[in-house]
Design a protein around this ligand. Structure first.
Ligand code: AMP
Ligand code: MG
Length: 425
């Protein structure tokens, strides 16, 4: 059994980011920038009006005074107008400032009288002008490498005239649940059977991380069918196997993986819940090196029977995560080991779950020999454990929104501030 820290470090040392790819802005949401982006243009791009109104020379305006309207500048092409003292140009929001003008009087503050306006307010220089570069300077960084692309990032990139973004790879995932006792939801339960609930949970967690789930299979605890299912699933970048990784006679996943020439790098980690966690690599063949494939950016491996004559297979690995079948164990090990691995493959800079400080509602002690993740609820800055703290307790987990990690030997007193992990699933 290795420590949780060592397991995480080994996984993250093994896993490398997938090749980057260019995607149109409309498809870039949620991916991670594969390079830094810098402003090509200042924002605003030019001095412009913040209001519908009149462009004026402030020093030539006084309350009750009259100005002659000499032209009109809508948003759009710059008409190269000029404003002199005693004059005004009709202007609209976003329109470029005419030369000579140093203020906008909003239309609510004037009375129009034919070719003239009467000003009903005091006018200060600079009023209602949006200055070039006041929001964003040219050359300023707008997106860091490894940062997640959000809706607002897309708006900002578009404002720079950028139509395509280079983002990290797309992780294709396969899910394989195992267990003779499991029945697909919708089916009929016989005595001794339970519904299969891990794959919907894992599927959702994978999607939340940004992975593409391209297969979900269930397999009985039977060596041959397991080997076949593993072979099929190995076409993905990662394979998540649920159950069958413990020490019982019906836990056949390890042997089936070895049968498929997998290297098992980690089995059993000092984490509670989740001790039987497994991590390994399955060699798989791909005819196209990643990034070169006609099928997709990450190079989906292909069937030997359709190999083009000029293409030699290259070996690439499918990373295998064997999660314990108990739902809470699967959940916790997914968040601690699988999530950071996926994010690293996708090119994310930050692999950690968000943490928030919270006051523990109760005394807690970890006198075991494994790091213990307590499921709880964070509300109004207070962390309260919820439900049974046992690895099968799915209802308790469903009521939780935070995990408190207690290191071996760690005690927390009621009222103490602790950092807890939260998730968005
Ligand atoms: P295992 O890791 O296969 O020994 O399973 C541990 C426990 O988790 C057993 O009580 C299983 O019935 C349960 N379990 C395993 N896989 C699933 C699943 N996909 N859905 C719900 N429960 C499961
Ligand atoms: Mg089982």
């Amino acid at each position: 059994m290795i420590s949780e820290e060592e397991a995480r470090a080994r996984i993250l040392d093994t896993i490398k980011p997938l090749p980057e790819r260019a995607v149109p802005l409309a498809q870039a949401l949620g991916w991670f920038a594969a390079q830094g982006y810098f402003a090509r243009l200042p924002l605003p791009v030019f001095d412009n009006s913040a209001m519908d109104g009149y462009a004026v020379v402030a020093s030539a305006c006084k309350k009750g005074g009259r100005l002659r309207v000499t032209g009109e500048q809508p948003a759009g092409r710059d008409r190269q107008l000029r404003v002199s003292p005693g004059e005004a140009v009709r202007i609209f929001t976003g329109a470029p400032m005419p030369a000579g003008a140093d203020a906008i009087v909003m239309q609510e503050d004037v009375t129009r009288d034919g070719d003239e306006i009467v000003i009903n307010a005091d006018v200060e220089p600079g009023e209602f002008i949006r200055r070039r570069g006041c929001d964003l300077a040219e050359g300023q960084r707008i997106l860091a490498k490894g940062e997640r692309i959000r809706a607002t990032t897309l708006g900002l990139l578009a404002s720079q005239g950028i139509a395509d973004v280079t983002v990290g790879g797309e992780v294709k995932a396969a899910i394989l649940s195992t267990g003779d006792e499991l029945v697909k939801p919708g089916g009929k339960l016989d005595p001794g059977q339970i519904y299969e609930s891990n794959s919907p949970l894992l599927n959702a967690l994978l999607q939340r991380c940004g992975a593409i789930v391209n297969s979900v299979e269930h397999c009985r605890d039977e060596s041959e069918s397991l080997s076949k299912a593993i072979k099929r699933a190995a076409k993905s970048d990662i394979l998540i196997i649920s159950g069958g990784v413990s020490v019982g006679e019906h836990d056949l996943v390890k042997d089936a993986l070895r049968e498929e020439r997998a290297e098992i790098d980690i089995w059993r980690v000092a984490i509670k819940p989740g001790k039987p966690f497994l991590f390994g690599q399955l060699p798989t063949k791909s005819f196209y090196p990643a990034g070169e494939t006609p099928a997709g950016p990450t190079g989906s491996p292909q069937d030997e029977s359709v190999r083009p004559a000029d293409k030699m297979p290259v070996l690439r690995n499918c990373f295998v995560f064997g999660l314990p079948g108990n739902p809470v164990s699967g959940f916790v090990t997914f968040l601690q080991f699988v999530r950071p691995a996926i994010l690293k493959m996708m090119g994310a800079a930050n692999l950690d779950l968000p943490q928030v400080p919270a006051k523990s509602a109760v005394d807690l002690t970890n006198d075991g020999d494994r790091a213990h993740y307590i499921r709880g609820q964070v509300e109004d800055g207070k962390f309260t454990p919820v439900g049974r703290q046992e690895s099968h307790a799915l209802f308790g987990l469903s009521q939780a929104n935070a995990l408190l990690r207690l290191a071996v030997g760690q005690s927390v007193r009621a009222g103490e501030i602790v950092d807890v992990q939260i998730w968005d699933a």
